[in-house]
Design a protein around this ligand. Structure first.
Ligand code: XMP
Length: 305
C-alpha cells in the first residue's frame, strides 16, 4: 500500500473531484471501514456529507453511544433509532439467508428515507477489497447499502477504500487520528447480532449474545484476535443454585485472519477459558453452558449463520 498520509490526500482529492459541489450520504456502522470512509468524505465535503448511523438493535454493547461520541465533530451526523422496526421485521424469520435479506432490506429502507430527506446526490460506501471478492464470488449476501442505488436516484457511488485490505484500513484510521476504539475495532457483520443467534431473533437471545460478546472481546483482548465473538447456539440443561434450568448455550469463537476469507481458531489457555465461562454464566442467569469453538475456516465460517 502507498503511505497512509499520501493515501489520505489522494482519497480526499478523489472524493472532492467526484462529488464536486454536490452532497452525499454515507451509512456509518461504527466499524473501521465505514468510519474511515466517512472521515475521508467529511474532510472532503464537510457538512455536505450526511453520515447516517442506524441503530438496528443488532449492534454490540455501547456501539451507538461510541459512534455518537467519536463522530460528534460531524454536525450533520444523523442517528436513527430503528430497533423496533428491525425486531418487528425479523419476527418469525429463522432461515439464515432470509434473516440477512430482512435486515438488509430494512436497512436500505431506513437509509432511503434519510437519503431522500437530505436530497443527497452521491452515496459514499466503506466497501473494502475482500468485500468485493466475496460478493463477486457470491459467497454471502453482504447487505449494507447494496440495494440503495436502485431505489434512490444517485448520480454516483464513491468508494474511497475499495482497494484496501482491513489492516491497511486500520493504518489509515490511525493516520487520520481516529480513536483506537475505532481503529482497532474487530470486524462485525452487517446483519450484526442477528447472525450470532441461531434461529429466530428475539430480544432475550440478542441480550445474551450482546453481553457475552462484550465479555469475550474484553477477556481475549490480550490475544489480539482478528475477531472474537459469542453466539447463542441453542438450549441445554444445567443446574443453577438448587434448580435445573433449560438455559442458552453460548459458543465462544476467536480467530486469527488477514482478510476473513480464511481463519484459524485461536489457541486460548485454560484459565482464560474458565474465566470466560464463569463471567458469562455468572452474569447471565439464563445461560447454562459455554463452549469454545476450535474449528478453522474452512470448513467453518467465522460467524454462525
Ligand atoms: P464468515 O462468517 O463468512 O465471515 O466467515 C467473514 C467475515 O465477514 C464478516 N461477515 C459479514 N460482513 N455482512 C458483512 O458486512 C455480512 O453479511 C457478513 N457476514 C459475515 C464476518 O464478521 C467476518 O469478519
Amino acid at each position: 500500500m502507498v503511505d497512509p498520509a499520501e493515501f489520505i490526500d489522494e482519497a480526499v482529492a478523489e472524493i472532492e473531484a467526484a462529488v464536486g459541489d454536490a452532497s452525499a450520504v454515507i451509512a456509518l456502522s461504527g466499524g473501521v471501514d465505514s468510519s474511515v470512509a466517512a472521515a475521508l468524505a467529511y474532510e472532503a465535503l464537510g457538512d455536505r456529507l450526511t453520515p447516517v448511523y442506524v441503530d438496528t438493535g443488532l449492534m454490540r454493547k455501547g456501539e451507538t453511544e461510541q459512534v455518537a461520541e467519536t463522530f460528534s465533530y460531524m454536525e450533520s451526523l444523523e442517528i436513527v433509532h430503528a430497533q423496533e422496526r428491525f425486531l418487528d421485521a425479523l419476527a418469525g424469520v429463522t432461515d439464515p439467508e432470509e434473516k440477512r435479506h430482512v435486515v438488509g432490506e430494512r436497512f436500505i429502507r431506513e437509509l432511503e428515507t434519510e437519503a431522500r430527506e437530505t436530497d443527497a446526490d452521491y452515496l459514499v460506501q466503506g466497501t473494502i477489497y475482500p468485500d468485493r471478492i466475496e460478493s463477486e464470488g457470491n459467497i454471502k449476501s453482504h447487505h449494507n447499502v447494496g440495494g440503495l442505488p436502485d431505489r434512490v436516484d444517485f448520480e454516483g457511488i464513491v468508494e474511497p477504500v475499495r482497494d484496501l485490505y482491513k489492516d491497511e484500513v486500520r493504518e489509515v484510521a490511525r493516520e487520520l487520528g481516529l480513536d483506537d476504539l475505532v481503529a482497532e475495532r474487530m470486524p462485525f457483520p452487517g446483519p450484526g447480532l442477528a447472525v450470532r443467534v441461531l434461529g429466530e431473533v428475539t430480544e432475550e437471545k440478542l441480550h445474551v449474545a450482546r453481553e457475552a460478546t462484550h465479555v469475550v472481546e474484553e477477556e481475549l483482548e490480550e490475544y489480539e484476535p482478528w475477531q472474537a465473538l459469542a453466539a447463542v447456539i441453542g438450549k441445554a440443561t444445567g443446574v443453577k443454585g438448587d434448580n435445573r434450568v433449560h438455559g442458552w448455550v453460548v459458543s465462544v469463537r476467536a480467530v486469527d485472519s488477514r482478510d476473513g476469507m480464511t481463519a484459524r481458531a485461536l489457541e486460548v489457555d485454560w484459565d482464560t477459558l474458565q474465566r470466560l465461562q464463569s463471567r458469562i454464566t455468572g452474569s447471565l442467569d439464563n445461560v447454562s453452558r459455554v463452549v469454545y469453538d476450535v474449528t478453522h475456516k474452512p470448513p467453518a465460517t467465522i460467524e454462525y449463520e
